[in-house]
Each structure stands twice: as structure tokens, then as C-alpha cells.
Design a protein around this ligand. Sequence first.
Ligand code: GDP
Ligand code: MG
Length: 177
Amino acid sequence: YGDFNSKIDYVFKVVLIGDSAVGKSQLLSRFAKNEFSMDSKATLGVEFQTKTLVIDQKTVKAQIWDTAGQERYRAVTSAYYRGAVGAMLVYDMTKRQTFDHMTRWLEELRGHADKNIVIMLIGNKCDLEGLRAVPVEDAQEFAERENLCFMETSALEATNVETAFLTALTDIYGIIS
Ligand code: GDP
Ligand code: MG
């Protein structure tokens, strides 16, 4: 029974943002607990979940924050962004509007967060390829223009979820260490 906390070298705060129902909470639950629930209720209460991992032989505690149903424009408070070193900007690749809204989420993020924040654009629900409403080229072009990393994920099938978070956390580590 060791004091695990004493071995933590870094704590990285990462925020999840994007419209309601794009899958933010399920991405978090997949990453932190390897769980998925089809009928996830609107997120209530849970502020963040943590996952501890090793990057470059250092113990990194990722503290991933989830919006508690505050996804309306400008409803996310500045406290949510405070201290964040990473952000996952999530849209639903079957709902064009959620992608179109990335511009204003990014604007809001850049208005509140540190200018060195690592931002990952995520097109979630890639298991629903037949319902795709956002061509991968559109997202790639947006990501290139805005200087973001980009990945398509499925929280349901666990596709790229670990990779997306690990890529962001490794980029953060590269900036901070
Ligand atoms: P949030 O409002 O952004 O936190 O979205 P949720 O995580 O609550 O997910 C909204 C709905 O989308 C729920 O019914 C989830 O089960 C569903 N969902 C989330 N991720 C995926 C995914 O990768 N694939 C599919 N098919 N459904 C998903
Ligand atoms: Mg949620």
C-alpha cells in the first residue's frame, strides 16, 4: 500500500469542449475507465476524472474536465478553462452543425485559455460512417488552418480514444518539460 500520489511528476488539466451530445462524457469515460454507456444522461455533477500514465518515464496525472451540461455558447465559465494545458474540441461527425460550431468554441477557448494550450480537434462517432455529415477533408483543412491536431474517434468502439488523449498529453509534456 504505497503513497501513489507522491510519485506523480506532473498534473495536466485538459478540458473537453463542444456542443451537447457529441460524446464528450463518453469519450472521457472510455479513456478514464474503459466504459461506455448508450443512454448517458446529460452530465451532472462530475467535474473531472483522472487517469495516471507514464510518459517518457515520468508519471503524469491527466485531470480531464467535463462540462456539466454548460454547453450553451458562453455558458462555460472561465474557471473551467483556468489552468488548462490541453483541450479536446469535440464535434459529432454525423452532425454538421456541431462541426460548424467549432469556430466559436475555438474562439472562446482562445479567449480564456493560456496561449500555449495544446488543442486536439476530435470528430467523434466514427462508427457511424454511413451517417457521416462532415468529410474528413473539411476537418483536416480546418485543423491545418487553425494549427490543431485532428483525429476521428469512436467512444462506442474505443477507436482512437486512447491515441487521441495520449497524443495530446505527449504534446503537452513536450511543451512543459
Ligand atoms: P456529451 O453531451 O457531449 O457529453 O455527449 P454524451 O457523451 O452524453 O453522448 C451523447 C450520446 O451520444 C449518448 O447517447 C451516447 O451514447 C452517444 N455516443 C457517444 N459517443 C458515441 C460514439 O462514439 N458512437 C456512437 N454511435 N454514439 C456515441
Ligand atoms: Mg456530457
